[in-house]
Design a protein around this ligand. Sequence first.
Ligand SMILES: Nc1ncnc2c1ncn2[C@@H]1O[C@H](COP(=O)(O)OP(=O)(O)O)[C@@H](O)[C@H]1O
Ligand SMILES: [Mg+2]
Length: 356
Amino acid sequence: MTDAAAMTFNLFDQEEKVLESGQALSARLREENADPGLRDGVDQLLEACRKSVREQRRLMRLSDRQQEQLSAVNQELQRRRAEAEQALTRLKEAQDSLIQAEKLASLGALVAGVAHEINTPVGIALASSSHLADATGALGRLFEQGQMRKSDFADYLATAREASALIQGNCERAAQLINGFKQVAADQTSEERRRFRLADYLHEILLSLSPKLRQARAETLIDCPADLELDSYPGALSQIIANLVLNAILHGFGDGRGGRIVIAARLTGADQVALTVADNGTGIPDEIRGRVFDPFFTTRRGQGGNGLGLHIVFNIVTGSLKGHIAVESAPGQGTRFLVEFPRITPQSGPADLGTP
Ligand SMILES: Nc1ncnc2c1ncn2[C@@H]1O[C@H](COP(=O)(O)OP(=O)(O)O)[C@@H](O)[C@H]1O
Ligand SMILES: [Mg+2]
C-alpha cells in the first residue's frame, strides 16, 4: 500500500469510528428519551456525515480509475516514443549509407572522366605506333630484297621521327592525367591530411572534371596565389569543389547554354582561406535559397539530383575543415558559394568526411 493510500485508509477508518460513535449517541438519546429537537439534530448531522463519507469514497474510486487510465496513457506514450526513436535511428542509418553512396558516385564520376580523358592520348599513341610498325615492316622488306633507295630511307626517317614524337607526347600526357587523378582519387578515399599547394590542386581537380565541363560548355578560371600552401585534407577539398562545380553545370547551366565558373582563393588576416566558387548561371530563387543545404532537398529529383551534394559539402566544410559555408544568389545573376576555413586545420579528433 502506498503512503497516500494508507493515509486515506486511516482517514476512512477514523470517519467510520466517528459514524459509529454518532450512531451510538443517537441510540442513547433515543433510549434516554432526550429532547426530540436534539435527537433530530444529531440524526441530521449523522446523515450528512454518511453522505459525505459516501461521496468521498466515490471520488476516491474515480481518482483511482483516472490514475490507472493516466498510467496506461503514459505507458502507451513511452512505447510510441521508443518506436519513433527507433525509426529515427534507422532513418539516420539509411541517410548515412546514401551519403556514402553519393560520395562514391562523385568518385565514380571522376574515374569515368579520367577514363574518357585518357582515351585520346592513348588512342593517338597506339595509332602512331602501329603506323611506325607498318612503315618499319615495309622498309625492312625493301632492304631484304635489296631494293631500298635512299629516298625510301629518308621517307622512313621522317615517318619514324613524327610517330615517335607523337607516341612520346601522348604517353606523357596520359601519364600526367593518371598521376593527377591518382592523387585526387587517393585523397578522396584516404581522408589523409597533408601539405599541398592549393592552386595546383585546384587545377588537378578541374582536369579530372574536364570532360563534363566541356560537355556543358563551361569555361573555368582559377584565381589563386601559386604559393598558397595548405595543411589540411585535400580529399575533403576535392569533394567540395567537385560537388560545387557539378552543381553549377547541372543546375546553373542545365539548359545547355554554357557559362563560366570562377574558383577564387585568397588568404585572409587570421590565416583563414576564403574560397569562392561562382557561376554565372540561372541562380537560386529566394524562396529555396535557405534550404539548399538540407539533406534530400533538390529541384531535380529524377533528373540527376538527389539533394545530398550540398548537405555533404556542408558537413565536410564544418566537420573536416572546421570552417563555414554560405551561398549568395539571385535569379538570373548566378550563384556564389563562399567557403572559409583555417589554412592549417586545427588538430581535433579524426577527420570526419561528411557523416553528420
Ligand atoms: N550552382 C547552382 N545554381 C543553381 N541552383 C543550384 C546550384 N547549386 C545548387 N543549386 C540548388 O540547390 C539544390 C540542392 O543541391 P544539391 O544538394 O547538390 O542537390 P542536387 O544537386 O542533387 O539537386 C539543387 O537541386 C538546386 O536547386
Ligand atoms: Mg548536387
